[in-house]
Design a protein around this ligand. Structure first.
Ligand code: RIB
Ligand code: CA
Length: 312
């Protein structure tokens, strides 16, 4: 399956990029970077660095948005994702990121429109720009996957809001209103997609992939943060990897269809809202929310994919 990935690497974004590169059924067509976990500058360098590690600089890295549509100053998260977004790893100072223009994104979409799906695991500003700039092209995109929101569980940035939806709720609303079909993987599932330190160590001992050292280094860094906020989990949820897993394994997950909206301002900014009552109106839009999944299958899949080497 051909995937155009929007991301803000970021630890779990990096693991998602690695997963997409190593997965035999995924063809990564490009990465559109954006601000979020780190600045767009660091996110772009990190994406380019990850591709270079596996000799895959042929995949375009497209530099996207630097701030939300509202213009409200944004916050980065070095305490969670490391000073430059790859946990303890800093790309060499003389590393030159290979960056493509925003127009390249439209070329990728146009040239692959029949098979392409879009997956956005960061703040959704760049994707909203795409819907604004080329509506007739974006109308043809069959499926969009968003990591974001929190249904029936607390948020992670505020008591009600998840980071990606909170980061640019205007952009998220644009996508929910404009995209033909949207699949959402919110915190209620991704918080449970936990990679333990033992799994990361197991991958390290068994793989010869170019990411052998990086996987335990970034996972353990992320886990140190999660030790404080989710004591006892001994690992870290890999929200963004789960979104790619979900794309290929919807038949093994529990998904519901509801109209979803996002609060744009005030104390509930970024809150994802859907009518989850037993009796509800027939949805008007094609919005699908992941509600449950088979944890063991996810872990088996994550491990299997990460034990492949980049040339397979
Ligand atoms: O809330 C989880 C999301 O926020 C993930 O995409 C993670 O990378 C962080 O940005
Ligand atoms: Ca992310």
């Amino acid at each position: 399956m051909k995937v155009l990935l929007f991301a803000d690497p970021g630890i779990d974004d990096s693991l998602a990029i690695i997963y997409a590169l190593l997965h035999p059924e995924l063809e990564l067509m490009g990465i559109v970077t954006g601000y979020g976990n780190v600045s767009v500058y660091d996110a772009t360098r990190n994406a380019s660095f990850l591709l270079a590690l596996a000799g895959r600089s042929d995949i375009p890295v497209i530099r996207g948005s630097s701030q939300p549509l509202s213009g409200i100053p944004t916050t980065f998260y070095p305490e969670i994702h490391g000073p430059q977004g790859l946990g303890p790893i800093i790309p060499p100072e003389d590393f030159q990121a290979d960056v493509s223009s925003f127009e390249t994104m439209f070329e990728v979409i146009e040239n692959n429109i029949e098979e392409l799906v879009i997956v956005d695991v960061g703040r959704q500003t760049s994707l909203a720009f795409a819907f604004n700039l080329r509506p007739e092209l974006m109308d043809q995109v069959k499926e969009v996957y968003l990591m974001g929101g929190a249904f029936m569980v607390p948020g992670n940035v505020t008591d009600v809001a998840e980071a990606n939806f909170w980061g640019d709720p205007i952009a998220t609303s644009v996508i929910l209103n404009k995209a033909k079909k949207v699949y959402i993987t919110p915190l209620n599932v991704t918080n449970r997609a936990i990679i333990t330190r033992d799994i990361a160590t197991f991958i390290f001992t068994q793989t010869s992939s170019p990411y052998k050292y990086l996987i335990p280094a970034v996972t353990n860094y992320y886990a140190t943060f999660y030790d404080q906020v989710m004591p006892g989990i001994d690992g870290s949820p890999v929200h963004d990897v789960f979104t790619l897993y979900y794309l290929l394994n919807k038949d093994k997950t529990y998904t519901i269809q509801r109209d979803v909206r996002v609060a744009v301002v005030d104390v509930n900014r970024g809150q994802s809202i859907a009518d989850l009552r037993m009796v509800y109106k027939k949805p008007e839009r094609k919005h699908y929310i992941a509600m449950d999944f088979d944890y063991n299958d996810f872990i088996d899949d994550f491990t299997r994919v990460n034990l492949r080497d980049a040339s397979q």
